[in-house]
Design a protein around this ligand. Structure first.
Ligand code: CA
Length: 216
């Protein structure tokens, strides 16, 4: 799943990006509001971490403009620990907020929850019948036994499972699983699908030739 971090303090932006990458997300970073707005509107992110206090285009403006076109889940970072500010965030269309300074573990958990709910899956465990995905621990069990998946294999399985019953195109897979710097446009998705089949069974993912993939 792909997350955008809009934060003008370089150290904090980097810390958040690295923590989310370790947690398995593809992460893009915008260090100013104008870039952040452009990316937030232009890419279908699974969640956005948005600092409110930006030197050029403010987080408020980004939230307002984004909400006119997209329902992308937004976690706002605010420097003010005041009830008024929190109420204003939520009323402006934010889905959640964190007051600085915050614990990075809490940020990761909140982003995971937002991504799940954005996909219409409130519970952390997805049961595909025989295959059970724990999105909090990023673990997968097949018939009760834990299966070791590479990070991108897990990410692909989670993406398809969160959109269970709907066709996921190759373009969507690239957009949600790789960040802007990766540029992986070969047959790599086929390789991951093939790995998932050999680890979890041949029927785990169905290929719709020329269209994409689906977990039915
Ligand atoms: Ca700031």
């Amino acid at each position: 799943m792909r997350v955008l971090v809009v934060e003008d303090e370089p150290h904090l932006a980097r810390a958040v990006r690295e923590a989310l990458e370790v947690a398995g997300f593809a992460v893009d970073e915008a260090l100013d509001g104008e870039t952040g707005l452009h990316m937030a509107v232009g890419v279908d992110y699974d969640a956005i971490v948005l600092d409110l206090m930006l030197p050029d285009v403010s987080g408020w403006t980004i939230l307002d403009r984004l909400r006119k076109v997209k329902p992308t889940p937004v976690l706002v970072l605010t420097a003010l620990d005041a009830v008024d500010e929190k109420v204003r965030c939520l009323d402006a269309g934010a889905d959640d907020y964190l007051t600085k300074p915050f614990e990075i573990e809490e940020l990761k958990a909140r982003v995971r929850a937002l991504v799940r709910r954005g996909a219409g899956q409130a519970a952390p465990v997805i049961d595909l019948g025989g295959i059970v995905i724990d999105t909090a621990g990023r673990t997968v069990k097949a018939n009760g036994h834990e299966v070791n998946l590479a990070p991108k294999e897990y990410a692909l399985l989670e993406l398809l499972a969160l959109r269970r019953g709907t066709l996921v195109t190759r373009t969507m897979i690239y957009e949600h699983l790789w960040d802007e710097h990766d540029g992986t446009w070969s047959n790599v998705v086929d390789v991951y699908v093939s790995n998932l089949r050999s680890k979890l069974g041949p029927d785990v993912v169905t290929t719709r030739r020329g269209q994409g993939y689906i977990i039915a």
